[in-house]
Design a binder for this molecule. Structure first.
Ligand code: XLS
Ligand code: NI
Ligand code: NI
Length: 441
């Protein structure tokens, strides 16, 4: 393949190809066949797989018990701009070798923050110009941009929810710069993940004021971006906790309520992350369904948690059966609105080979592909849809249909039930549904 930068960072690894389920090549897709049409669309278009800049190129594996373990060859230059350009070269080399079409970033994933806002802005503009060239040369697109308003100590009490207006304004300036960058790169969407928008103790928190300020802030950001010609969708990414004890965008239902409360429903949808769903004690598919029901299923941050640990482990997806349940919701609700599948996931601290980054993304893409094929087969070939429909068939005719059409009053329900006796016991057949999913996996 033609390299876009002047260096090759992932030496010895070529383009990752689809080789089918019986291939023994660890550096090949077994199920993700980008050109294969499923339910009327290629897998490539269903998924719009994206690389997350932060985990893939910035996260060297540090944890509370020890420093990073991974030596990234693109992070060796002592010169900030050179290092950022090397990182961009590595990003585009990786994305194109994977055959992915998209990427996502936080502002300061692209280049380190400088001592002042204006110096930081100049740095970002310089890297954006470089990324524009790389996008042009490769055809890779920006799925979404976002801004890191949670790492710097100034945001320890929150960004848009900060009790100090000066910090709120500073966050606004930072988001403006990140919006400008996203627009300059033709970003398809812009994400707001709550960062430290939440609280550690209600004792020192005016929750109403903080939430109203976030609502104002998001409206201002939206109005600014629209005034600059941004046509994409804004996504809120729900998460229940971590870093704060209680995050305001707890889950999909909570976030949808805030979006509507602050009048953002025409511009905002949701970015659902698997591990955030499970931290909220929901399943991934539950969160997708809640978003889809509101017409707000925008995008997905793909990863998985750990059944035995209660934090955001951000592992790569590998459970086909679980993702297949999610893909049922995905296919039945018509896919994602504007977004794609961003691997917001990291290799483990002791996975230190550069090759591991490829293996992880291959596994994630194959898991989604297998799950999509399973869900499609369940919908097309199995009795799943008909038995699900039958479960609700009492609403298709007679009094049930009258109820749906709004033709019954509460006393009509009373009169009807009075003449019926005890309703028949009807099995929910959960095991049958589970068996069908398993059969088509
Ligand atoms: C953190 C979030 C974050 C967002 C982008 O848990 O997943 O990575 O996706 O700020
Ligand atoms: Ni996360
Ligand atoms: Ni995320």
């Amino acid at each position: 393949m033609a390299l876009l930068g002047d260096k090759e960072f992932f030496k010895g690894i070529g383009d990752i190809k689809y080789e089918g389920w019986d291939s023994d090549n660890p550096l090949a897709f077994k199920h993700y066949n980008p050109d294969q049409v499923v339910a009327g669309k290629t897998m490539r278009d269903h998924f719009k797989f994206a690389m997350a800049y932060w985990h893939t190129l910035c996260g060297t594996g540090g944890d509370p018990f020890g420093p990073g373990t991974k030596s990234f060859p693109w992070a060796t230059s002592g010169d900030t701009i050179r290092a950022a350009k090397d990182k961009a070269d590595a990003a585009f080399e990786f994305i194109t070798k994977m055959g992915f079409g998209h990427y996502c970033f936080h502002d300061y994933d692209l280049v380190d923050e400088a001592e002042t806002l204006s110096k930081s802005e100049k740095r970002i503009q310089e890297i954006v110009a470089y990324l524009q060239q790389k996008q042009k040369a490769s055809g890779v697109k920006l799925l979404w941009g976002t801004s890191n308003c949670f790492s710097h100590p100034r945001y320890m009490n929150g960004a848009a929810s900060n009790p100090n207006f000066d910090v709120v304004a500073r966050a606004g300036a930072q988001v403006k710069i990140a919006l400008d960058a996203t627009i300059a790169l033709n970003g398809e969407n812009y994400v707001f993940w709550g960062g430290r928008e939440g609280y550690m103790s209600l004792l020192n928190t005016d929750m109403k004021r903080e939430q109203d300020n976030i609502g104002r802030f998001l409206n201002m950001a939206k109005d600014y971006a629209r005034s600059q010609g941004f046509k994409g969708t804004f996504f809120v990414e729900p998460k229940p906790m971590e870093p704060t004890k209680h995050q305001y965008d707890f889950d999909a239902a909570t976030s949808i309520n805030s979006i509507r409360e602050y009048g953002l429903e025409n511009d905002f949808k949701l970015n659902i992350e698997v591990n955030h769903a499970t931290l909220a004690q929901h399943t991934f598919q539950h969160e997708l369904q809640v978003a889809a029901n509101a017409g707000m299923l925008g995008s997905i941050d793909a990863n998985r948690g750990d059944y035995q640990n209660g934090w955001d482990t951000d592992q790569f997806p590998n459970n086909t059966l679980e993702v297949a349940e999610a893909m049922l919701v995905f296919l039945k609700s018509g896919g994602l609105q504007g977004g794609g599948i961003n691997f917001d996931a990291k290799t483990r601290r002791n996975s230190t080979d550069l090759e591991d980054i490829f293996l992880a993304h291959i596994g994630g893409a194959d898991t989604f592909a297998r799950a999509l094929l399973t869900a499609d087969a369940v919908i097309q070939q199995s009795p799943y849809e008909s038995i699900l429909h039958k479960r609700y068939s009492s609403f298709d005719s007679g009094k049930g249909a009258d109820f749906v059409a709004g033709r019954l009053s509460f006393t009509d329900l009373y009169d009807y039930a009075s003449g019926q006796g005890e309703p028949e016991q009807i099995s929910g057949k959960q095991e049958l549904f589970e068996n069908i999913l398993n059969q088509y996996t």
